[in-house]
Ligand binder design. Sequence first.
Ligand code: SAJ
Length: 445
Amino acid sequence: MEKSELTEKQIKSIQDRSLCLTVLGSGYVGLPTAALFTNVGFHVIAVDIKPEIVKAVNSGSSPINELGLHELVSHNVQAGRLEATFNSTDALTQVGVVIIAVQTPIDQRKEPNLSFLMKALEDVGKTMKKGMLVVVSSTVPPGTMLEKVKPKLESLSGLEADIHFYLAYVPERFSPGKALKEFVESPKLVGGVGPNSTKIAAELFKTVCKKVIETDVLTAEVAKLAENTFRDVNIAFANQLALICEQIGADAVEVIKLANTHPKVKIHMLGPGVGGPCLPKDPYLLLHRSKPKDYDIIKTARQINDYMPKHIVKLTVQALKKTGKKVEGSKIAILGIAYKANVEDYRQSPSKSVIEELINRGAEVISYDPYCHITFGAKKANTVKEAVKNTECITILTDHTEFKNLNLKEIKKLMEKKPIIVDGRRIINPHEAEDLGFTYYGIGL
Ligand code: SAJ
């Protein structure tokens, strides 16, 4: 079959939904992807090595707590369009499109670990058929697609990319908690290894996403890393402003609010550090291939954001000292384990190092989070009231809506004498807290 004929045939089978898809890696990225493609009429096989994921999906429920995902999985499993399996070889022999969404973590030296991606490529390469479209959605260091993914698939299959099969990078751009909405609404970057690959991958993603932007594969890789690194650097700037303002007696939140009234300024929000699966990792992926330079804003930003949990511990210690108490033996309530507001996700959350350090220093730590069951070694409370009872200090680490509406009057009654609030998110009104008799320490104040 002529090259262009093959391309046209694949486009037609996307349009009439006769092409089957498999998603390799059915976690936070893969499962929403699989569910959304089934919902527009494709048959999708979701592959994962974790038995609990496969079992949950096949029984019609989502193992991930993501708004709307349970309903989507349930509906499409019932309709017979979505199924899950551990067996990638079986899945791969039945399909025309493979979307790879496995994790690409960094190791302790901050070097990328691409072993999950490489294993997935091995499975795909060995079962590759003419006309197949392979999409990588995992976040990767720049150059991975052309230098690792393409040669590996070509050598395992004996086929040529963009001629006999199609290969594109389509980065995931949605945040936990809003995955389905953002998958559909955020512009999708589609970078193929050649024009045929870009064309077919764009056609596929147009079936689900409102806007698709075509580019080349390297630009798509770098753009994905650039957006998360920009956010990390911007937050680091806000955090440095917080440290400056604490020293000179200004209020960093007010400063940011006022500076942001300038139409060209958009400073992010200070906080107890940066968590989640992406921002603490992606800057290192972006830096991976560049030569070390004397000045490096990206690594410095990472250092500032990594320092912030230590700073929260420092503020807690200072506040205790001010009220004549020591960390050792003090009872401290941590409000918030999740890495950001109103999600249960605790991956890379700053709360881990804050809790561990306070426990190390001899404090008795009790934690409460309305969404998250993990405690990182603290005792677990099931309500705010239970958490704050008989404590000397409350340290707020997550800006969950529930914590923005705390009844400080009631809370004070439950706490020990000379109660303290350390506000790592600046969600409490300092004047109200102080009027009620709290010692208030807010980050950036
Ligand atoms: N944070 C601040 N100050 C802020 C904003 C966030 O301290 O002004 C903290 C949060 O509390 C959290 C961390 O940063 O600990 C990360 O939160 P986030 O909301 O910035 O990001 P994620 O990890 O939930 O999602 C990001 C998003 N990227 C961008 O906004 C550029 C999302 O669109 C990506 O899809 C996602 O990373 C990803 O998977 O790459």
